[in-house]
Write a protein that binds this ligand. Structure first.
Ligand code: C5P
Ligand code: MG
Length: 218
């Protein structure tokens, strides 16, 4: 088993091939409904769900983390945490969740948010199968986030941070979506309606990529 414990930073080939691990990225502006759609896909398709934002918040709150203060600052400012940290957290979580030698399906939510992390992940961890991209106007996302902010306890669900997150999304994360789109690797779904209606469209997009819900599988 060569290279399995080599850190991503020094690896020159991916840790896994797409036949060992299927990765679907889930992107969309803040408040587009990524987490909501991921929860449904986990139930119906057997994906394991990893949220980059959740992993960063966990690391931020882990006693003794050398990255805690740095992550807190980036999240509050709505900017992108340096990729080395995020990719290592993802890789660790994938290793922990992987089903032995069997093929494992991962939904990676809120990642890659910047071109450098897209390239580094695909060349050192595993190339992605495709990206689910949820589109939604900022006004709709803003009201969802302000609503969530009443109970989420998140330091970035306030109007100042929300505006900064929108800006980061347009300037830094959209180039990732654009690049995957040029490669023909994006399933784009409008995410303005309710969760069930959006999910119907998501399922059509997955079917078009050859992905079927568990109970329909042969
Ligand atoms: O996806 P979520 O909204 O939970 O992300 C919250 C914050 O975590 C982002 O605004 C950003 O500061 C940070 N983040 C990041 N890189 C990622 C995902 C999230 O820096 N790939
Ligand atoms: Mg989320």
């Amino acid at each position: 088993m060569p290279a399995i414990d080599t850190p991503a930073a020094t690896r020159t080939t991916p840790l896994w091939t797409p036949s060992q691990v299927t990765v679907v990225f889930v992107l969309g502006g803040p408040g587009a409904g990524k987490g909501t759609q991921c929860a449904k896909l986990v139930t119906d398709y057997g994906f394991k769900h990893l949220s980059a934002g959740d992993l960063l918040r966990e690391e931020q709150d882990r006693p003794g983390s050398e990255f805690g203060d740095m992550i807190r600052t980036y999240i509050k400012e709505g900017t992108i945490v340096p990729m080395e940290v995020t990719i290592q957290l993802l890789e660790n979580a994938m290793k922990a969740a992987k089903d032995g030698e069997g093929k494992t399906l991962f939904l990676i939510d809120g990642f890659p948010r910047k071109l450098d992390q897209a390239h580094a992940f695909e060349s050192t961890v595993v190339p992605s199968a495709f990206t689910l991209f949820l589109t939604c106007p900022e006004a709709v996302m803003e009201s969802r986030l302000l609503n969530r902010g009443k109970t989420s306890g998140r330091a970035d669900d306030n109007i100042e941070s929300i505006k900064k997150r929108f800006r980061t999304f347009v300037e830094t994360s959209m180039p990732v979506v654009d690049e995957f789109e040029r490669l023909g690797k994006v399933v784009k779904v409008e995410a303005v309606k309710g969760p069930e209606e959006v999910y119907e469209e998501v399922q059509k997009g997955f079917a078009a990529r050859g992905m079927k819900p568990l109970e329909v599988k042969e």
